[in-house]
Design a protein around this ligand. Structure first.
Ligand SMILES: Nc1nc2c(ncn2[C@@H]2O[C@H](COP(=O)(O)OP(=O)(O)O)[C@@H](O)[C@H]2O)c(=O)[nH]1
Ligand SMILES: [Mg+2]
Length: 329
């Protein structure tokens, strides 16, 4: 069967042969996999591409481990890693300054942010890591930036409401990520082991510069995206409209906080264990210590309404704010 490759695919193929940088090669192969016509005639080519992508990813990961540096890699801290995304001048750096103690450069000209700048967003008794990164743009975006989106926990889009077409701008940002195999989704599929191609990420949207924009701009952004994603309309400069953003980020990360204590001790409601929503008592114990989990006999639970001190099985699913007393043998 003929492969019927498109000009777009052939162009990428030619580009791949000219490219030396492994990271860029990887990006090109991911794009090729995206655009290759999906039918029986290309099955083998698709398989080959997947294998080459996988090998290249492994090789790059090895290199990073050996100390080769990925300029966009920032070690995870706190409850989760949120990556800002936006066009030049949308207000990403201003938002980071507003929400955290970080002091990124804010300037009224594009491309001010080069290396990622991290900051910690406090929410009640947890901290969420927020990373400011260079803008997404069709003119120039470093390939390594797309990798950063692949490994973050949540994408925070910032859209300038005073621009000509905020909704179109956001659709374009999403399309750019998708072209690099990062799909924004209200309900991402769990990542399967060994899957190398597309990843799915949740997002939160901030319509920024409301102080400079007509009210309709915010309303239409909400109308376009509000059914699928949290949309906040506000100002990164004054903070107006954004008071709930830390909570919205925490909720979008789909995490729960659990407070634990040993039998006979008092609860210290200060440092929660943060685990993915849907985690069980056993998984909380594992998060504390592997050995601890192995020796877990039973747990008593306060919280979730009806469980005031009742003993619960190891596969009981914990809720945000639960108090757990762990009994080990
Ligand atoms: N009026 C207004 N200006 C803002 C707001 N947020 C950011 N700006 C301005 O927009 C410009 C670009 O902001 P910056 O945070 O550097 O954008 P970035 O390129 O996305 O990081 C700066 O001059 C900011 O002062 C806002 O809410 N209202
Ligand atoms: Mg910036």
């Amino acid at each position: 069967m003929p492969a019927n490759l498109t000009p777009e695919y052939l162009q990428l193929d030619a580009k791949l042969r000219e490219t030396r940088d492994p990271q860029e090669k990887l990006e090109i192969m991911r794009q090729m996999l995206r655009v290759i016509p999906k039918h029986k005639g290309t099955d083998k080519m698709q398989g080959d591409l997947r294998r080459r992508i996988s090998r290249m990813e492994d090789a790059l990961a090895q290199k990073r481990k050996k100390g080769g540096r990925d300029p966009f890699h920032v070690p995870r801290e706190g409850a989760g890693q949120v990556l800002l995304a936006g066009a030049p001048n949308a207000g990403k750096s201003s938002l980071l300054s507003h929400l955290t103690n970080a002091t990124p450069q804010v300037a009224n000209y594009p491309y001010t942010t080069h290396a990622p700048t991290p900051g910690m967003v406090p929410f009640e008794d947890v901290q969420i890591q927020l990373l400011d990164v260079p803008p997404l743009s069709r003119e120039y975006t470093e390939a390594a930036l797309f990798n950063a989106y692949r490994i973050c926990d949540l994408v925070l889009f910032v859209v300038d409401l005073s621009s000509a077409d905020p909704t179109g701008e956001l659709l374009d940002l999403m399309a750019m990520l998708e072209e690099h195999l990062v799909r924004i989704s209200p309900d991402p599929a769990r990542e399967r082991a060994g899957q190398v191609s597309e990843v799915e990420k949740r997002c939160v949207i901030v319509g920024n510069k409301m102080d400079q924009a007509p009210a309709e701009a915010g309303a239409s952004l909400r109308k376009a995206f509000g059914d699928d994603y949290p949309v906040l309309i506000g100002s990164a400069e004054t903070g107006e409209g954004l008071a709930e953003l830390p909570r919205v980020l925490f909720e979008a990360l789909r995490l729960v906080r659990v407070y634990t204590k040993k039998p006979g001790r008092k609860f210290e409601k200060s440092a929660p264990f943060v685990v993915p929503a849907g985690s069980t008592v056993m998984e909380v114990a594992e998060a504390i210590h592997k050995e601890f989990a192995e020796n877990l006999k039973f747990a008593r639970l306060w919280g979730s309404g009806k469980h005031q001190g009742l003993s619960v099985p190891r596969d009981h699913v914990v809720q945000d704010g639960d108090l757990l007393e762990l009994h080990i043998s």
